[in-house]
Design a protein around this ligand. Structure first.
Ligand code: CO
Length: 137
């Protein structure tokens, strides 16, 4: 069901400001900056080998991400695994009694379809599953 670690997401108050450390100190290049309307977030990615670091900024107050930042401050927010078939993955998890944030996939960044698993079922980690558009990578 799980193909690889797609990205590790870091909650930040501002993508461009947070990106400076990764660019100036680590020499990485910010790419894929996009406002994801359905998620009320703005994201930017650093490609690192097979996986990426995703900086994620809330674009709306009182969303889950905004509340996360307010209560815990910037830091690791979720881990995303790539899956072959998002519907099948969510269905399988539901059958296994796993608590889901999304029972149906929703649109993620860059044409992906994603669903989140509730941290209550994972030992405290918010896990995102993501299916890439066919033929992309
Ligand atoms: Co993500």
């Amino acid at each position: 069901m799980i193909k690889r670690v797609d990205h590790i997401a870091v909650a930040v108050p501002n993508v461009e400001e947070a990106a400076r450390f990764y660019e100036e100190a680590l020499g990485l290049k910010l790419g894929g900056v996009e406002v994801v309307e359905g998620m009320d977030t703005k994201v930017g990615f650093f490609q690192i080998g097979e996986t990426r670091i995703e900086l994620v900024e809330p674009t709306k107050e009182d969303t889950a991400l905004d509340k996360f930042l307010a209560s815990r401050g910037p830091g690791i927010h979720h881990i995303c695994f790539e899956v072959e078939d998002i519907e099948a993955a969510l269905r399988t998890l539901k059958e296994r009694g796993v608590r889901l944030v999304d029972e149906e996939p929703r649109p993620g960044a860059h044409g992906t379809r994603v669903g989140f698993i509730h941290p209550k079922s994972t030992g405290g980690v918010l896990i995102e599953l993501s299916q890439h558009p066919r033929g992309s990578h």
